[in-house]
Write a new protein. Structure first.
Length: 128
Protein backbone atom coordinates (compact mmCIF):
# COMPACT_ATOMS: atom_id res chain seq x y z
CA UNK A 1 0.00 0.00 0.00
CA UNK A 2 2.85 2.42 0.84
CA UNK A 3 4.29 2.05 -2.67
CA UNK A 4 0.96 2.84 -4.30
CA UNK A 5 0.37 5.86 -2.06
CA UNK A 6 3.89 7.16 -2.76
CA UNK A 7 3.45 6.86 -6.52
CA UNK A 8 0.01 8.49 -6.49
CA UNK A 9 1.11 11.30 -4.19
CA UNK A 10 4.27 11.92 -6.23
CA UNK A 11 2.10 12.27 -9.35
CA UNK A 12 -0.32 14.58 -7.53
CA UNK A 13 2.57 16.60 -6.12
CA UNK A 14 4.15 16.98 -9.55
CA UNK A 15 0.92 18.27 -11.08
CA UNK A 16 0.05 20.64 -8.23
CA UNK A 17 3.61 21.93 -7.79
CA UNK A 18 3.97 22.58 -11.51
CA UNK A 19 0.73 24.58 -11.54
CA UNK A 20 1.72 26.52 -8.42
CA UNK A 21 5.21 27.25 -9.74
CA UNK A 22 3.67 28.65 -12.92
CA UNK A 23 1.24 30.87 -11.00
CA UNK A 24 3.25 31.83 -7.91
CA UNK A 25 6.88 31.09 -8.72
CA UNK A 26 9.69 29.72 -6.56
CA UNK A 27 7.96 30.88 -3.35
CA UNK A 28 5.77 27.81 -3.84
CA UNK A 29 8.75 25.68 -2.78
CA UNK A 30 8.91 27.34 0.63
CA UNK A 31 5.18 27.76 1.18
CA UNK A 32 2.61 25.45 -0.37
CA UNK A 33 4.64 22.47 -1.61
CA UNK A 34 5.77 21.15 1.79
CA UNK A 35 2.23 21.45 3.18
CA UNK A 36 0.69 19.66 0.19
CA UNK A 37 3.33 16.90 0.01
CA UNK A 38 3.47 16.12 3.73
CA UNK A 39 -0.30 16.22 4.17
CA UNK A 40 -0.99 14.00 1.19
CA UNK A 41 1.65 11.36 2.00
CA UNK A 42 1.14 11.26 5.73
CA UNK A 43 -2.63 11.44 6.04
CA UNK A 44 -3.35 8.93 3.29
CA UNK A 45 -0.81 6.50 4.76
CA UNK A 46 -2.12 6.99 8.28
CA UNK A 47 -5.79 6.54 7.46
CA UNK A 48 -5.20 3.60 5.13
CA UNK A 49 -2.87 1.90 7.60
CA UNK A 50 0.16 2.01 5.30
CA UNK A 51 3.76 2.32 6.46
CA UNK A 52 4.27 6.07 6.81
CA UNK A 53 8.06 5.94 6.75
CA UNK A 54 8.16 3.70 3.67
CA UNK A 55 5.71 6.00 1.88
CA UNK A 56 8.00 8.97 2.52
CA UNK A 57 11.13 7.11 1.41
CA UNK A 58 9.55 5.84 -1.81
CA UNK A 59 8.21 9.34 -2.52
CA UNK A 60 11.77 10.64 -2.06
CA UNK A 61 13.13 8.02 -4.45
CA UNK A 62 10.54 9.00 -7.07
CA UNK A 63 11.39 12.68 -6.60
CA UNK A 64 15.07 11.76 -6.86
CA UNK A 65 14.41 10.09 -10.22
CA UNK A 66 12.74 13.26 -11.45
CA UNK A 67 15.63 15.36 -10.12
CA UNK A 68 18.11 13.06 -11.82
CA UNK A 69 16.33 13.35 -15.16
CA UNK A 70 15.79 17.11 -15.04
CA UNK A 71 18.44 18.45 -12.70
CA UNK A 72 21.27 19.33 -15.03
CA UNK A 73 24.69 19.80 -13.45
CA UNK A 74 23.56 19.40 -9.85
CA UNK A 75 21.29 16.45 -10.47
CA UNK A 76 23.14 13.88 -8.40
CA UNK A 77 23.18 16.15 -5.35
CA UNK A 78 19.51 17.04 -5.84
CA UNK A 79 18.57 13.37 -6.14
CA UNK A 80 20.48 12.44 -3.00
CA UNK A 81 18.92 15.33 -1.09
CA UNK A 82 15.43 14.26 -2.19
CA UNK A 83 15.86 10.79 -0.73
CA UNK A 84 17.57 12.09 2.42
CA UNK A 85 15.04 14.86 2.97
CA UNK A 86 11.92 12.77 2.53
CA UNK A 87 13.42 10.00 4.66
CA UNK A 88 14.07 12.59 7.37
CA UNK A 89 10.52 13.95 7.12
CA UNK A 90 9.08 10.45 7.30
CA UNK A 91 11.27 9.50 10.24
CA UNK A 92 10.29 12.65 12.12
CA UNK A 93 6.63 11.95 11.43
CA UNK A 94 6.81 8.38 12.69
CA UNK A 95 8.80 9.25 15.82
CA UNK A 96 6.49 12.14 16.71
CA UNK A 97 3.40 9.99 16.10
CA UNK A 98 4.81 7.15 18.21
CA UNK A 99 5.77 9.49 21.07
CA UNK A 100 2.62 11.64 21.11
CA UNK A 101 -0.07 9.52 19.48
CA UNK A 102 -1.20 12.67 17.65
CA UNK A 103 -1.25 12.56 13.86
CA UNK A 104 -1.85 16.32 13.69
CA UNK A 105 1.25 17.07 15.74
CA UNK A 106 3.31 14.58 13.74
CA UNK A 107 2.12 16.13 10.48
CA UNK A 108 2.79 19.67 11.71
CA UNK A 109 6.33 18.73 12.73
CA UNK A 110 7.03 17.19 9.32
CA UNK A 111 5.64 20.25 7.55
CA UNK A 112 7.78 22.64 9.62
CA UNK A 113 10.85 20.48 9.00
CA UNK A 114 10.14 20.34 5.26
CA UNK A 115 9.57 24.11 5.11
CA UNK A 116 12.89 24.73 6.87
CA UNK A 117 14.66 22.23 4.60
CA UNK A 118 13.32 23.90 1.46
CA UNK A 119 14.02 27.41 2.76
CA UNK A 120 17.62 26.42 3.44
CA UNK A 121 17.93 24.85 -0.01
CA UNK A 122 16.51 27.91 -1.77
CA UNK A 123 18.77 30.29 0.18
CA UNK A 124 21.78 28.04 -0.43
CA UNK A 125 21.09 27.96 -4.15
CA UNK A 126 20.30 31.69 -4.15
CA UNK A 127 17.10 31.16 -6.15
CA UNK A 128 14.77 34.16 -6.25
Amino acid sequence: MAYLIAVLMAALSFIVNKALLTRIGVKTVITYSPVIEESAKTLLSFYLGADIFLTHVVFGVIEAGYDWLTGGRGRSKAALLSVAGHSLFGGATVVTLRETGQIGLALTGAIVLHLAWNLLAVKRLRVS
